[in-house]
Design a protein around this ligand. Structure first.
Ligand SMILES: [Ca+2]
Length: 140
């Protein structure tokens, strides 16, 4: 080994253990939870139908949900519906007394056949959680 190669090896070795790891930039974000109330799983729906449900989070309130048909984003929806039934069961640590429910009319356009609805929650700390899916059939 030449002295130049040896020096390079020593620099690489020094780089491995010498630097402290950077502190974690983000604190842990607890995933949101939620549910799709409508449409029911395996339901057959028309090309225009309501997607409704609720979302909740225990470290930052859910600000909005994103609704996808298969992998296409079709709506970004605020939580506007009070859900005392859900609060009573789950006792959220944040956002108690605020709306947890959503309801949105989705237009599937020319899409027809079997399709998966996915809903994601976006919380106030930027956490994104896919919390529910439902398989449906869309009839034109
Ligand atoms: Ca969260």
């Amino acid at each position: 080994m030449t002295s130049r190669a040896l020096a390079g090896t020593l620099i690489l070795l020094a780089g491995c253990g010498g630097q402290p790891r950077p502190a974690r930039q983000t604190e842990r974000n607890i995933p949101s939870i939620g549910f799709i109330d409508a449409p029911a799983p395996e339901a057959t729906v028309g090309p225009t139908f309501v997607v409704a449900g609720w979302a909740m989070d225990n470290d930052a309130p859910v600000e909005r949900v994103r609704i996808y048909l298969d992998d296409q984003l079709v709506a970004t929806v605020p939580l506007t519906i009070m859900r005392p039934d859900v609060e009573e069961q789950l006792h959220p640590k944040v956002g108690a007394g605020t709306p947890h429910g959503f309801s949105w009319v989705v237009d599937a356009g020319s899409r027809a056949g079997y399709c998966t609805i996915r809903v994601e929650a976006l919380d106030a700390k930027g956490g994104l959680t896919q919390f529910a899916t439902a398989n449906i059939k869309i009839e034109p």
